[in-house]
Design a protein around this ligand. Structure first.
Ligand code: NAP
Length: 468
């Protein structure tokens, strides 16, 4: 695949191989872009701001519907690419494409609903004779940087709202999984003015630094790890920033919970995409009186998770993104075992595969649950009561989402009030997102919200107009 700069597909002599983590075969190559390519892409985006600004919302929305139509026609092809480059089971890649299409449609609709407001100027002494209102104007050039785990949907959560608000975009996909997203950008580019969407590939540090430090970039919208997010925040200067970072989501199971439902939620949330989900269930905080029953059912269901070829529609779980990622998970699991955790099932690694794993007797200060473990692991932390559960839930630097299973409304209300997370879900695992809800974490999990309406709002600035 190639880069997209000012409407042209650009190749380079130097290339980066994209490997299938299931069989290590090379699927394709992408150009290894450099600082000069980033400069060109930013200039193209800056040049295109004029045509985007001058386009009517009606026409822009129509174009976004046309992009939606073409992406829909390529649904199967792009879903397969996602599975090949990430190892995600094909069933889940298709869901990712469904969600991406829906996200794009929502943005096409939202592009016609960008409202300012009238200001009651006469509420202030000085404003008695003035008439005032706000208008929402585009920011200009948006840098969109995305991670490997949901390569199309997380990219579209940035690019579509940026376009809906009449911005232009320089998009940098993850080097680990750039192909499906590049295909999507190429399709977008065919429908939009040249330079409205540019896509560049190459070493993340080089391209990323250049993007986030450029004076011509007005906003950085980033999804990825806390470490990269922090580095961007330090370098970005006076730019608008949205940072969607790592998670370490707890699932609390109280003694009044529907245990079957909680187990289903735990399994769905722990092993989806081999645990490589920012809102994956990363910690199971279970009240002692139901912990034996819960873990027994959890182990039984975990052992039924079918691992294998991501292209087989029967596969529930594929490999991790690469062997290094699986080695990291193995190291965290072994550390927990050495410190007294008990292995109930799984725990073995083979290449990039890591078995779905349940660990009991996990303590809140173990590395496995203090850091974000990006793999298929269910660590069970036993607690005596709700207070202890909330304390454990809040004990890490992360705060993306949290789930609580309880039939008691008072417990639910207390959990909602006291858990420090961007979303609290009652009787649902935290591994849940609709693409229109405000989504984004507290603490080190980030700043700003995505979710189409909220992202579009954040892709504009407010200009005040006063008529004397
Ligand atoms: P990552 O290593 O932080 O990479 C994310 C993106 O940043 C990639 O495109 C990467 O490029 C690029 N990058 C690398 N160095 C950079 C720099 N110095 N400046 C700017 N960009 C740079 O994250 P990942 O491993 O791909 O993704 C997993 C992480 O994302 C997890 O922590 C997960 O929780 C988080 N995540 C969060 C959300 C959310 O919505 N909160 C959603 C999904 C994932 P290269 O690939 O070329 O290095």
């Amino acid at each position: 695949m190639k880069m997209l700069i000012e409407g042209k597909l650009i190749d380079k002599n130097e290339k980066i191989a994209v490997e299938n983590p299931f069989n290590n075969e090379i699927i394709d190559y992408v150009p290894s872009g450099d600082a000069e390519d980033v400069k060109k892409a930013i200039s193209a985006a800056a040049k295109a701001t004029k045509s985007m600004k001058e386009m009517s919302s009606r026409k822009l929305s129509r174009i976004m519907y046309d992009i939606h139509q073409e992406l829909k026609e390529k649904h199967q092809e792009i879903s397969k690419l996602i599975s090949l480059e990430t190892g995600k089971p094909i069933r889940d890649s298709r869901v990712e494409m469904d969600r991406s299409l829906q996200t794009l449609l929502m943005a096409a609709e939202e592009s016609k609903r960008i409202y300012g407001e009238t200001i009651p100027m006469d509420a202030a002494i000085a404003g008695r004779t003035a008439f005032g209102f706000t208008i929402k104007i585009p920011l200009g050039v948006v840098a969109a940087i995305s991670p490997f785990n949901y390569p199309v949907n997380l990219a579209i959560h940035k690019i579509a709202p940026a376009l809906a608000a009449k911005n232009t975009v320089v998009f940098k996909p993850s080097t680990k999984a750039p192909l499906a997203a590049l295909k999507m950008a190429e399709i977008m580019g065919r429908h939009l003015p040249d330079g409205a969407v540019n896509a560049i590939t190459g070493p993340g540090g080089v391209l990323g630094d250049q993007l986030v430090t450029s004076d011509q970039v007005n906003k950085v919208s980033f999804t990825g790890s806390v470490a990269t997010g922090l580095s961007i925040a330090r370098k970005a200067g006076m730019k608008k920033l949205t940072l969607e970072l790592g998670g370490n989501d707890p699932l609390i199971v109280l003694d009044d919970a529907d245990i079957d439902a909680a187990v289903l939620g735990a399994v769905g949330g722990s092993y989806l995409n081999a645990g490589q989900v920012c809102i994956g269930v990363k910690r199971l905080i279970v009240q002692e009186s139901v912990a034996d029953e819960f873990t027994e059912q959890l182990v039984s269901r975990t052992q039924k998770v079918k691992t294998g070829d991501p292209l087989d529609p029967e596969t529930d779980m594929g490999p991790l993104i690469d062997e290094k990622a699986a080695l990291n998970v193995e190291q965290s699991v072994n550390d927990a075992l050495q410190k007294g955790a008990q292995l109930l099932c799984g725990g073995k690694r083979e290449g990039a595969f890591f078995q779905p794993t349940v660990l009991d007797q996990v303590q809140v200060d173990m590395e496995l649950v203090q850091r974000e473990t990006f793999g298929p692991v269910s660590p069970v932390i036993r607690v005596e009561n709700l207070d202890e559960a909330i304390k454990a839930a809040n004990s890490t630097p992360y705060g993306l989402q949290a789930g609580v299973f309880t039939q008691n409304i008072a417990n639910a209300k207390k959990a909602v009030r006291e858990i420090e997370a961007g979303s609290v879900l009652i009787n649902k695992q935290p591994t849940f997102r609709t693409d229109n809800m405000p989504f984004g974490g507290f603490k080190m999990s980030g700043m700003g919200k995505e979710g189409v309406k909220y992202a579009v709002e954040d892709m504009t600035r407010t200009k005040m107009v006063v008529i004397g």
